[in-house]
Ligand binder design. Sequence first.
Ligand code: CA
Length: 226
Amino acid sequence: MALILIVEDEHDMAALIKRQVEGEGHTALVANDGLAALMLAAQARPDLVILDWMLPGLDGLSVCRKLRERSAVPILMLTARAEETDRVLGLEIGADDYLTKPFSLREFMARVRAILRRVELMRHAEQASEGPVRLPRLTIDPLDRRVEVDGSQVDLTVKEYELLLILARHPGRSFSRAYLLDKVWSDDSEGGDLSVDTHIVRLRRKLGEVGGQIATVWRVGYRFES
Ligand code: CA
C-alpha cells in the first residue's frame, strides 16, 4: 500500500486516476495545481508522484525540478507530446518515467506497479538492516530494546518502543495509521486508529523535546522529522 500524490488540474482525469490507484489499495491525494502539489508533497511525503506536464501557473516541469531539489520521490510524468520525453527523463527534469497522453489505463497501472515495485525492493533492502538507530539526540539499540535520549535511558512500553523504532529508523518518511496499526498491533485485537494516536501522545511525552520530532502528517499518520 503506497501513498500516491496525483497532480492534475483536469478534475475528471484526476478522479479517474485516483479511482484506479485506490482500486489497488493505495491511498491517493490530489493537487490541482503546482503550488498545492509542492505543499502536499512536503507535508505528506508521498511514495510516488503522478505529475501532469500541463498545469496552470507553475507547470509540471517546474514542479518536477522543485520536487527533485528536495527529495528522491519517484515521479511519473504525464506528457502531451512524445518528442519532449528525452528532456523529461534526462537530468534536466529528472522524472523516473513518463506516459504520453492519451494512454490506456492498463498501461498506466503497469507503470505505476513497476515504479512501486522498485520502491518496495529498496525498502526491503533498507529494512533488512537491524542495527542500532543513531540520531543526533536519540539512540535505539534493538538488541536490548534500549532507548536513550541525550544519553539518558527512557522506559517505553512494547508498543511505544515498536512505534518509535519504525518511525526513527526512517526519518522523513510518512507512515499511515493503517500501516503502523498493522505492524505494531498485528497479533492483537485491541488495536485501532485511536490506539495509534494514544500511544504517539504518550511516546511524545516520554521523549521530551525529541518527542516533538514525531510530526503528525495531515490525512496520513506520522513521521519522524530528521
Ligand atoms: Ca493538465
